[in-house]
Design a protein around this ligand. Structure first.
Ligand code: SF4
Length: 555
C-alpha cells in the first residue's frame, strides 16, 4: 500500500518570501503642472516636440524659472559648484525628462529639496557637487575617451571595433545631456572643465565616406547609427543615409540609437518622423534587413505613457524591435529591485526589450556612479529567473581595447585592488598583425572607494605611479579567477596585460604593455589633463590611429 504524505507546505513559495515581488504597475505621466513654471502649460503644448525643445532647460536661471521656490538655495549653489568644478557635460533637459524627477512630490509638500536631491533621474541628469566622491572623484586611470574608440575610426565618426560591426556617429549633439555620458570627450558643449573635441568634416562628406567604407568592406554586416542621438539628425538627412545603407547588400542589421525615446518621446511621435520611419522600415523589410531602435533608459520613472506610445508608434511603423541599453549606476539603479522594476515596465508596459546594462565607464569624475565588478555580478544573479529569458538583460563591462564582456566572463579578479582581467577572441583594428593580441589579458578597475581598507591604502600609496608600474606593484595580491575562469598565471609565457597607456614595461610575470603607439604618455597624466585641448596628445590623421568616441547605446 502506498501512503501519500502531504508535504508540509504544498505549492509554490509564497510571493512574499521571494527577494523580489512582481506586481503589475500601470504607467503614469507625472503632472507637469506641479512645477510653478509649467502651471499653465496645456496638454497640446506638452505633446509638441518643438515646444519641448524650445523649453529645454540649459542653465540654472531656466531651472529656477520652472521650479520657482520649490528648491532651497543650497541646491542651486551645489549645482553651480558642480558645473564650475566637475561637470563633464553641459546642462540640457527637455521638460519631459525634468518632469520625471520627483514625480510624486506635490509642490505643497515641504521636503521637495530633499526629494529632489535623492531622485534617481536627477542624480545622473542633473549632478551636483555633493554627489561626487570627495577623495577619489576620478579613478587615476580614467580617460576622456575611455574606450579608445576614436583610435579605431576608419573614417571620421565610423568606429570599427568589432569584426562584423561598426558604429556610425552622425553628429555630436543630443536633445538631452547625461551627466555620465561615456562620450563626454566629443558630445555636447564644452564645460568649464572640458574643452570638447570637434568633428571636422561636413556631415554630408562624413556620411559619404562612411558609406564608401561600408561598400568596400563586406565583412561588416551590422551598423549602429548613432551620435550623439539620431533624434537630432534632420529626418531627411537620416532617411537618405539609411536608404543608402539599405542598398548595401552585405548590411543585414541596422540599429538607430536614441535616448530621446525616453527624454523626448514627442520627437518620435511626430507624423513626419513616423512617416519617414515607415518608409525606411518597409524598405528594410523588403530587403530582409533587421531595422531596430536602441534607447537608453536607466530608471523606471522614465517609462511613462508617452514613452510607451512612441514605442508602439515606431513598432506600428514597421521597426522590428525597440531595445534598451541602460547604464548601471550607484544612486540611480544599482539594486535588483530598481533593475527589475525598470525591466518589467519596459517589457510589460512599453514593448521595449531589456537588452543590456553597461557598467559605467571609466570617464573623469564618475566614481560616485561606478559600481565594482562583484556588485554587477551579484546584480546579474539577482535578476535571473523573473523575466522571460529573452528579456533578461545582460550586465556587461565594456573593457578598453576588448569590447563588451558579460560580467561573469572575467578571467581573473583581484578583489583587494579592484582589478579585473579580461580576454578577447577577435582582433580590433588596433591589433594589426600583433600575434599575441588574443593571448593577453586586459585590465578594468573597480572604483577605489569600493575597495577594502588595504586596497584603498595601496591605491593611496601607489596612485602616483604610472599605471603599468602600479599594476606591477600589486601583482602579488592577484587572486584566482572565479569558477570556470582561466587563470592566465597558470599559463607561463602567456601573461601580458594591456594597459591604457602606451608604456612598455617588463615585469617578473611578463610584458605589461599597451596595444599600440610609440609615445610614452601615461593615461594617468592624460586623465588629469582635462583642461587641455583634447586632440593635442592624440595622433593625427585618419585610419587606425585616429581619436574618437563610443556610442552611448553601444554596438
Ligand atoms: S550620447 Fe547618449 S549618454 Fe551621451 S549625452 Fe547623448 S544621450 Fe546621453
Amino acid at each position: 500500500m502506498t501512503i501519500l504524505i502531504e508535504p508540509p507546505r504544498a505549492g509554490f513559495t509564497a510571493a512574499s518570501d521571494q527577494p523580489y515581488t512582481y506586481v503589475r504597475k500601470e504607467l503614469s505621466e507625472p503632472d507637469w503642472r506641479r512645477y510653478p513654471g509649467w502651471a499653465t502649460v496645456t496638454e497640446s503644448e506638452w505633446q509638441d516636440a518643438q515646444w519641448q525643445r524650445a523649453h529645454s532647460v540649459k542653465n540654472i536661471r531656466q531651472l529656477r524659472a520652472v521650479t520657482g521656490d520649490l528648491l532651497d538655495e543650497r541646491f542651486y549653489a551645489d549645482l553651480a559648484a558642480d558645473q564650475q568644478q566637475r561637470a563633464t557635460m553641459s546642462m540640457l533637459l527637455p521638460p519631459q525628462m525634468l518632469n520625471t524627477m520627483a514625480p510624486n512630490c506635490a509642490p505643497e509638500r515641504r521636503k521637495f529639496t530633499e526629494v529632489f536631491y535623492a531622485d534617481p533621474i536627477r542624480r545622473y541628469m542633473l549632478p551636483v557637487l555633493s554627489d561626487r566622491e570627495p577623495e577619489w572623484g576620478s579613478h587615476p586611470y580614467a580617460e576622456r575617451d575611455s574606450l579608445h574608440e576614436s583610435e579605431m575610426w576608419v573614417v571620421e565618426g565610423l568606429t570599427h571595433r568589432y569584426p562584423t560591426k561598426v558604429l556610425a556617429e552622425m553628429l555630436s549633439t543630443c536633445p538631452q545631456y547625461c551627466g555620465h555620458c561615456t562620450r563626454m570627450d566629443l558630445i555636447g558643449n564644452s564645460t568649464p572643465t572640458i574643452s570638447k573635441t570637434r568633428l571636422t568634416l561636413q556631415p554630408a562628406d562624413r556620411q559619404d565616406r562612411m558609406l564608401d567604407y561600408l561598400r568596400a568592406t563586406p565583412t561588416v554586416r551590422d551598423v549602429v547609427v548613432s551620435g550623439g542621438d539620431v533624434a537630432n539628425v534632420p529626418w531627411p538627412r537620416l532617411e537618405s543615409f539609411l536608404t543608402q545603407l539599405l542598398e548595401i547588400d552585405t548590411i543585414r542589421d541596422i540599429r538607430l540609437a536614441t535616448k530621446a525615446l525616453a527624454a523626448l518621446p514627442q520627437h518620435w511621435l511626430q507624423e513626419k518622423v513616423l512617416d519617414g520611419v515607415s518608409r525606411v522600415a518597409h524598405l528594410a523589410a523588403a530587403r530582409h534587413v533587421n531595422l531596430a531602435l536602441h534607447t537608453h533608459i536607466n530608471h523606471v520613472q522614465s517609462v511613462t505613457p508617452l514613452v510607451a506610445a512612441a514605442t508602439r508608434a515606431l513598432l506600428d511603423a514597421g521597426l522590428r524591435d525597440v531595445r534598451n541599453q541602460g547604464v548601471l549606476m550607484r544612486g540611480v539603479n544599482a539594486s535588483a529591485d530598481d533593475l527589475l522594476d525598470l525591466c518589467f515596465a519596459l517589457q510589460g508596459e512599453a514593448n521595449i526589450l531589456p537588452y543590456y546594462f553597461y557598467m559605467c565607464d571609466m570617464i573623469p569624475n564618475a566614481e560616485h556612479w561606478r559600481t565594482p565588478l562583484w556588485q554587477a555580478q551579484q546584480l546579474q544573479l539577482s535578476i535571473m529567473g523573473y523575466l522571460p529569458g529573452f528579456a533578461t538583460p545582460r550586465i556587461v563591462c565594456d573593457v578598453p581595447y576588448v569590447g563588451k564582456r558579460w560580467v561573469h566572463q572575467v578571467v581573473r579578479y583581484d578583489r583587494n585592488l579592484g582589478i579585473s582581467y579580461w580576454t578577447k577572441n577577435y582582433r580590433t583594428g588596433l591589433d594589426g598583425s600583433d600575434a599575441e593580441a588574443l593571448n593577453r589579458v586586459y585590465p578594468f578597475y573597480d572604483p577605489i572607494n569600493s575597495l577594502p581598507a588595504s586596497g584603498r591604502a595601496w591605491c593611496r600609496e601607489n596612485s602616483h605611479l604610472p599605471c603599468d608600474a602600479a599594476l606591477s606593484v600589486g601583482h602579488d595580491s592577484v587572486s584566482p579567477a572565479p569558477e570556470g575562469g582561466e587563470d592566465p598565471a597558470s599559463t607561463p609565457g602567456r601573461l601580458s596585460v594591456i594597459l591604457p597607456s602606451t608604456v612598455t614595461t617588463t615585469t617578473p610575470s611578463g610584458s605589461f604593455r599597451n596595444g599600440h603607439g610609440p609615445t610614452e604618455t601615461c593615461v594617468r597624466q592624460q586623465q588629469f589633463d582635462i583642461h587641455a585641448e583634447p586632440v593635442s596628445h592624440r595622433p593625427s590623421g585618419l585610419g587606425h590611429q585616429q581619436h574618437m568616441v563610443r556610442d552611448d547605446a553601444g554596438q
